[in-house]
Write a protein that binds this ligand. Structure first.
Ligand code: URA
Ligand code: SF4
Length: 284
């Protein structure tokens, strides 16, 4: 799919969502919230459903939870316009109640089509309901900050999913806020892992070994493959198997904190053949 075709497909879906009456949530909404962001992104963030502010503006994550999400992205040097942000249900449940299973089922095809069009490398779920669409058996308290492969039936052909707490939960609890911060700090490393999953050029032992002394000496990893090898080695990631945990955010985050002073990974448009390593990863 070309960039224009991708943008057009997303606009078609958004138009259908705005006019949708497939479930009872359309009766109480002010505006449906299809989602927004960069059509060429590698990363899709999926929340639960619009709240009051989102319902008024027709845009995702524009209230207090959205402010925190935007701030979290800022911690890793990302702007919300770099990614695509959407929700499992596109219309606000009254009084912000949890969406009912039939509402989720009615709305899910829109998310599925968005994922088909976007073809992301990484899906970050925000909260339990979103996580449950991708990892039915997962538990947020146990599985946040871990990385797994995505069932292609979700619409995402070849992606990894990384569950995070909902930012609203982080606003309520300092402990969750702390864990959310650790989880978001690992996202750049997790994106490298997801890129490696899409282009399965497994780092060789020799590559990994040659990267580590560089890292210890404080110099930069030179190629994306070397960068991946570094991350894979630091995170002690072996393989990506369907449904298997491949890395935990806490592991990656603490490894990054210990081994690296800072790591910056920019989000590149999907289909960008081989991003310039110089702007892809900075280790210093
Ligand atoms: N919470 C969500 O889950 N989604 C939004 O868009 C806003 C708040
Ligand atoms: Fe349609 Fe989804 Fe809104 Fe229900 S929540 S009316 S399925 S767009």
């Amino acid at each position: 799919m070309t960039d224009d075709e991708r943008a057009a497909a997303l606009e078609t879906i958004a138009g259908e969502v705005r006019a949708c009456t497939r479930c009872r949530l359309h009766e109480t909404r002010t505006r449906a919230v299809p989602g927004e962001g960069n059509p060429d992104t590698e990363v899709v963030l999926v929340g639960e459903g619009p709240g009051m502010h989102e319902d008024r503006q027709g845009r995702p994550f524009v209230g207090r939870a959205g402010d925190l999400l935007t701030r979290h992205l800022g911690l890793i040097g990302w702007d919300r316009r770099d990614v695509f942000i959407t929700n499992v249900v596109k219309c606000r449940p009254p009084e912000n109640r949890d969406p009912e299973p039939d509402e989720v089922a009615a709305c899910y095809p829109y998310l599925q089509r968005q994922l088909e069009a976007l073809d992301p490398a990484l899906i970050v779920t925000l909260g339990r309901h979103s996580m449950a669409r991708f990892l039915p058996d997962a538990r947020i308290s146990r599985d946040h900050g871990t990385l797994r492969s995505v069932d292609p039936a979700t619409g995402a052909r070849r992606a990894l999913v990384y569950p995070m707490f909902h930012p609203a939960a982080a606003l309520r609890s300092p402990d969750v806020a702390h864990q959310s911060e650790a989880d978001i700090l690992a996202v750049p490393a997790v994106l490298l892992e997801a890129r490696g999953y899409r282009e399965p050029a497994e780092p060789t032992v020799a590559e990994s070994a040659s990267v580590l002394p560089d890292l210890a000496g404080g110099s930069a990893a030179e190629t994306p493959a070397a960068a991946r090898a570094t991350v894979a080695t630091v995170a002690t990631v072996a393989t990506v198997a369907t449904g298997a945990t491949v890395a935990t955010g806490a592991t990656v985050a603490s490894a990054l904190r210990e081994e690296l002073v800072a790591a910056t990974v920019a989000v590149h448009p999907a289909g960008d053949p081989e991003p310039d390593p110089a702007d892809q990863l900075t280790l210093f």
